[in-house]
Design a binder for this molecule. Sequence first.
Ligand code: HEM
Ligand SMILES: *[C@@H]1O[C@H](CO)[C@@H](O)[C@H](O)[C@H]1NC(C)=O
Ligand SMILES: *[C@@H]1O[C@H](CO)[C@@H](O)[C@H](O)[C@H]1NC(C)=O
Length: 388
Amino acid sequence: MDLLTIGVLAIIALATLIYLYFKKRFSYWENRGVVHLKPSFPLGNLSLKQPHFTEFMIDIYKYKGGTPLVGIYFVTKPIVIPIELDLIQNILVKDFSSFHARGMYVNEVDDPLSAHMFSLDGEKWKSIRTKLSPTFTSGKMKYMFLTVVAVAERFLETLGDSVKLESQLEVTDLLGRFTTDVIGSCTFGIECNSLKDPNSEFRQYGKKASSEPPMPLIMHMLVLLYPDLARKLHLRALRKDVTDFFLDTVRSTVNYLKENNIQRNDFMDLLIQINNNPNEADKISLEEMAAQAFLFFIAGFETSSSVMTFCLYELSLNQDIQEKAREEITQVLIDHDGKLTYEGMQQMTYLEKIVNETLRKYPSLPFLIRSTVRDYAMPDSNLVIEKG
Ligand code: HEM
Ligand SMILES: *[C@@H]1O[C@H](CO)[C@@H](O)[C@H](O)[C@H]1NC(C)=O
Ligand SMILES: *[C@@H]1O[C@H](CO)[C@@H](O)[C@H](O)[C@H]1NC(C)=O
């Protein structure tokens, strides 16, 4: 056989193997008699041009009433989408012990910031979650509210300056800078200044972390589908420059606070206190501290700026609702000596309804992820949701 023939045969053999592999993977739901979406080669039900996840969910909910769950394929990985409330409650609450993981990619060695609360599973997640929950006591929230108001005043100045220059403005960007400054202050205790300077470092790295993938899509799939292999290949899910920026920022902040013996009663302070715990097992490393701070930043700035953007959009379309909201705000301010206070804010229930409705129509994070940590036998059914 000449080289060409060998080459052609090898290609045919490889193509056949790949075909058989996908065929086997794509028969998972069929074999179990589960209602499912038909997958297409090679991405399964993943689409690269889906307008929004909610559109996808509309297709799934067509099956509501007929089945407690719908099977889909994320590339070759079978995924369960529960659509019956009882099953959802079992997964999130009653049988949580079988679902206390999100199955995200964690690579502590090559990608230290990936080891944050959102990605960690089981005991590790529980331990860090318990340590960090004091961040959200009402006392702490009241304290943070002062920061939010201070940044809101700077927001007003920047808004005033921009409307003097232009009749149109990119409100998504402006709100992203507002929330960047808020989270920067509340989480890192750092003045990010992105309202004043749209190209501030925090804003740049925040944008990079949330919108620029660290690797080509195909590698990203590898990380999500074959995490063990990805770890062996030293793949990272977060960009190196972003990682370095947040690690350096946390390192220098922690050093500064420690050297000058500053206690600010904020998030960094809480992390330092955890670190000062005499019990070695309860300590967390600098990398772990940075990972949590990074998560708060990423989880906080774009979720809240996008809900505010959509809220303003809806209010501009619904002038009567806008007018009613303005009346409520004006009245509450009058009742509180013209100041925006934490207590006053709680009284703005109409505004709260508007925010709730915005989150319903435009969920910033439209789905919850859980990964089965052990085989889960579905109640009243002989279906087993397999581990992983
Ligand atoms: C409108 C704004 C926000 C929305 C819609 C939102 C939504 C969510 C959702 C859906 C989850 C997943 C919950 C689950 O899997 O059960 C989550 C988790 C989380 N969010 Fe937010 N979030 C918002 C703002 C924030 C802010 C401002 C912060 C912090 C400053 C934050 C920090 C976190 C953290 C740390 C987690 C992980 C919790 C855990 O693993 O136990 N989020 N968020
Ligand atoms: C499964 O997903 C793929 C990709 O999004 C799509 O082409 C296909 O139509 C989906 N199947 C169904 C039944 O929706
Ligand atoms: C907004 O939604 C939250 C969460 O579901 C709920 O607790 C709260 O009562 C709602 N607020 C109003 C004013 O309806």
